[in-house]
Design a protein around this ligand. Structure first.
Ligand SMILES: C[S@@+](CC[C@H](N)C(=O)[O-])C[C@H]1O[C@@H](n2cnc3c(N)ncnc32)[C@H](O)[C@@H]1O
Length: 264
């Protein structure tokens, strides 16, 4: 998936991310701050900041935070958010997650929330995170995950692999800039292979109403119908993972977000 497609998709929908409840108020935001225990002297970097919600959540607790992204329109939303909250210690920077324009060992904390599934080369991203972290620095990752034996126990490996591929196809149909959601075990292995020590991992389920989820990326009627069919007619493993259900006529499902906290 190309980075220009990411910029096109997110550039066109930047305002929707500024107000999206999942991004602005999702449970993982508060939980991340709780787990990281940021310190007032810390230099922080938020990668793929989107409309800046994660950078803004950490800014009051650290000395300085750079909110970075490759999409200018998103950084514009971040600047508006910082101004509205009078966050004088938050600055924005254009940065590709896989080629960070920052010197080695600059940051005490690097965060990245609900974005890594867009990155074409995730090992390169994690290696960049390690490079810009000080020794003893913290990496705090949140991302949607795909099903594996950890999140969706009780299914043979082949059925889980099939469910993971279908789940990623479901996301990609709604948003062409979607790359791939990894499983939680895959994330932990990758972080460890990059030379960071995993201190904590957990899964947070988040309930999604289907219609606004599809609308946020402007899916047309045909695409919405195909997405709905994928959700309702999935294999048992996919249904165990996405938990589709009707509630007062509205279709809902659940996505799993993983939090991984690691130290350099
Ligand atoms: C869903 S938004 C991020 C949400 C945000 N982190 C939050 O907590 O609300 C995904 C962001 O990833 C950015 N992005 C995608 N690929 C990127 C890359 N290779 N480098 C930097 N940013 C990237 C997009 O521009 C978009 O702003």
């Amino acid at each position: 998936m190309s980075k220009s497609l990411v910029q096109q998709q997110f550039g066109a929908h930047a305002a929707a991310y500024a107000t999206s409840a999942v991004h602005a108020k999702g449970a993982s935001l508060k939980r991340l701050v709780e787990l990281v225990q940021p310190q007032s002297h810390w230099q922080a970097l938020d990668i793929a900041t989107g409309a800046g919600h994660t950078a803004a959540a950490f800014a009051p607790h650290v000395a300085h935070v750079i909110a970075s992204d490759i999409t200018d329109e998103m950084l514009e939303e971040t600047r508006k958010l910082a101004a509205s909250k009078s966050l004088g210690n938050l600055e924005t920077a254009v940065a590709d997650a896989e080629a960070l324009p920052f010197e080695d060992a600059r940051f005490d904390l690097v965060t990245c929330r609900i974005a890594a599934h867009h990155f074409p080369d995730v090992p390169r991203f994690v290696s960049e995170v390690r490079r810009v972290l000080k020794s003893g620095g913290t990496f705090a990752l949140v991302d949607n995950i795909s099903p594996d034996a950890h999140s969706t126990p009780g299914f043979p490996e082949a059925e889980l692999a099939d469910a993971a591929a279908t789940y990623n196809a479901f996301e990609k149909l709604r948003d062409g800039s979607h790359g791939r959601c990894l499983g939680l075990a895959e994330w932990c292995n990758l972080v460890t292979d990059a030379g960071l020590a995993v201190l904590h991992r957990e899964i947070l389920p988040k309930d999604m109403e289907f219609a606004p989820w599809a609308a946020r990326m402007d899916a047309d009627a045909g695409t919405v119908a195909r997405l709905r069919a994928m959700l309702e007619d999935g294999t048992p493993a996919l249904k165990a993972f996405l938990r589709p259900r009707l509630d007062a006529e509205a279709l809902w499902f659940t996505l799993d977000e993983a939090i991984v906290i690691a130290r350099k």
